[in-house]
Every structure is written in C-alpha cells, then in structure tokens.
Design a protein around this ligand. Structure first.
Ligand code: ADP
Ligand code: MG
Length: 262
C-alpha cells in the first residue's frame, strides 16, 4: 500500500511559505468563511487575500523606510499648531506632504529662529515621503559633515556618496549652529552638488541666506551652493519666536483657576 499523500493543508502551508505569502497563510481560513457567508466567488476570495497581503507588504516597507531614515523623533503635521505660526503657508505645507516635489527632484528650505518648528516640519515631511514610498535619510548638518569628513580619503567616501545619491530625499537639519571646517564645507558642497536635479534635499537653518557664508567659510562656495539649492526650491520662512518658549510662558501666565477649570 502506498503512503497517504500530505494532507492539502500541509502542502498549502509549505507552498505559501515558499512563495512568501504569510498573509495568505494566516488569513485564508477566515477569508474563506467570510466569502462563504457573502456567497462570494473564487476570484473574490483570491482578490481579498491578495489585497490583504499587499497592504501588509506596504505597511512593512513603510516601517522599514521610517527606520532607515533615522528620524530623531516622530512628528506629524497633525500635531503641528499652524495658527501659532500664522505667516506659514499651511496649504503649501500640506501640498508638500503630497511629495510631488520629490518626484520633480526639487528642494525645500526652512528658515526660522530656534524652536519655531523647523525640525518638526522636516520630520513630518520626511515621514510623509516614507509613506509615499520614497527612501529618506535624516541628518543634522554637523552629523552629515562629520560622516563625510570621517569617510574622506578612503573608499568609504565613495561608498557613502553613492549610498546617499540613491536616496530620493535627504534631510539636512540645523545648518548654521556649527561652522564647518574648510574640508567639511567642501564635502557638503560636493554632496549637494551631486544631488542637483538628481534628488531632493530639505535644509533647515536658523540663519538667513546672507549669513550662510559664516558657516561654510567661503563666499564663493556659499554662492555656488545656494545657486544649486535654490534653483528649484520652496522656501518656508517661519517667523516668530520659539514655540516651546511661548507655550511655557503661556502656561506660567495662566492662573491656577484657569488651569484647573471646575
Ligand atoms: P527648530 O527645529 O525650529 O529649532 P523644533 O522643530 O525642534 O524647532 O521645535 C521645538 C519643539 O517645539 C518640538 O518639540 C516641536 O515639536 C515643538 N513645536 C515647534 N513649533 C511647533 C508648532 N507650531 N506646533 C506644535 N509643536 C511645535
Ligand atoms: Mg531644529
């Protein structure tokens, strides 16, 4: 007598694993009974499972992109208090969150005083890009320059440069707090020049453009950098003082009765 073949359930389990369809594997009994209830046909059953698998795949890919971006915190546009920065064009920010500018390889520059939400907005736009399927990498300007300087003179620099060139959105946060060495400024310039019309950058700075020379050290380099960076750019000027400071002042000026309404 020949041995019984594997029961179909076991074979199905094996095949779905081999095909890397974990959601099919997990969900097919439940979806089958739902489809039986709804008197849905075989194609609908298959479609429902395929949709679930696809959704799960997209969710995981987004999660991986967010992790790879190395954001310093998680910030969303929903949490952003737009009325607090009345002059900021909210509809422009919401449009930027749709990420069409990344497909056009344009740039965004955010300029404003410390604490006015530049990092918050750059993270929120970066997260939006991850959700739309774009790879993103967040750096502080000092961190990026350090990484470039450290990699200099070795194959590591070429490797880093080509890694970053593949990323559609690079965020360079806090340009202006620390002046760069000559080499650092040149490497940053080289990197941003390589990206020109090949990829997008968000740069945030507490300094108006006129003062960027103080950070980059050379007027000629600053001019050339701004020329490339601002060719196709949306510049968001955030006026006013620190949001946190304003919040804590507001809290302190509240009377206890207001703070704990009956
Ligand atoms: P910047 O990068 O301009 O120095 P941040 O983005 O780091 O400022 O903002 C400082 C803190 O204040 C962060 O926790 C940020 O989430 C918060 N913040 C700033 N502006 C706003 C705003 N308009 N709405 C909500 N939170 C804000
Ligand atoms: Mg910041």
């Amino acid at each position: 007598m020949t041995q019984n073949p594997d029961p179909p359930a076991l074979l199905l389990q094996h095949h779905l694993k081999a095909l890397r369809l974990p959601v099919f594997l997990r969900e097919h009994p439940k979806t089958a009974s739902q489809c039986a209830q709804d008197r849905a046909d075989y194609a609908t059953f298959l479609l429902r499972l395929a949709e679930l698998e696809l959704l799960e795949r997209e969710r995981k890919a987004t999660e991986r992109r967010i992790k790879a971006a190395r954001f310093p915190a998680s910030k969303s546009l929903d949490e952003f208090d737009f009325p607090a920065v009345a002059k900021l064009n909210k509809s422009l920010v919401l449009e930027l969150a749709r990420c069409e500018w990344i497909q056009r390889r344009e740039n965004v520059i955010l300029i404003g005083n410390p604490g006015t939400g530049k990092t918050h907005l750059s993270i929120a736009l970066g997260l939006a890009a991850c959700r739309r399927g774009h790879a993103v990498r967040f750096f502080t300007a000092a961190g990026l320059v350090n990484a470039l300087v450290e990699a200099r003179g070795e194959k590591a620099l070429l490797r880093l440069q080509s890694q970053l060139a593949k990323i559609p959105l690079l965020i360079v946060d806090e340009l202006g707090y620390v002046p760069f060495s000559k080499t650092g400024a040149e490497l940053l310039f080289e990197l941003l020049s390589q990206r020109y019309e090949c990829g997008s950058v968000i740069v945030t700075s507490n300094l108006p453009f006129e003062e960027w020379t103080g950070v980059l050290g050379s007027e000629r380099l600053t001019g050339a950098l701004l020329d490339r960076l601002t060719h196709r750019v949306q510049i968001l000027m955030i006026e006013g003082d620190s949001y946190r400071l304003a919040q804590s002042k507001r809290r302190r000026s509240r009377t206890p009765a207001q703070e704990h309404p009956a």
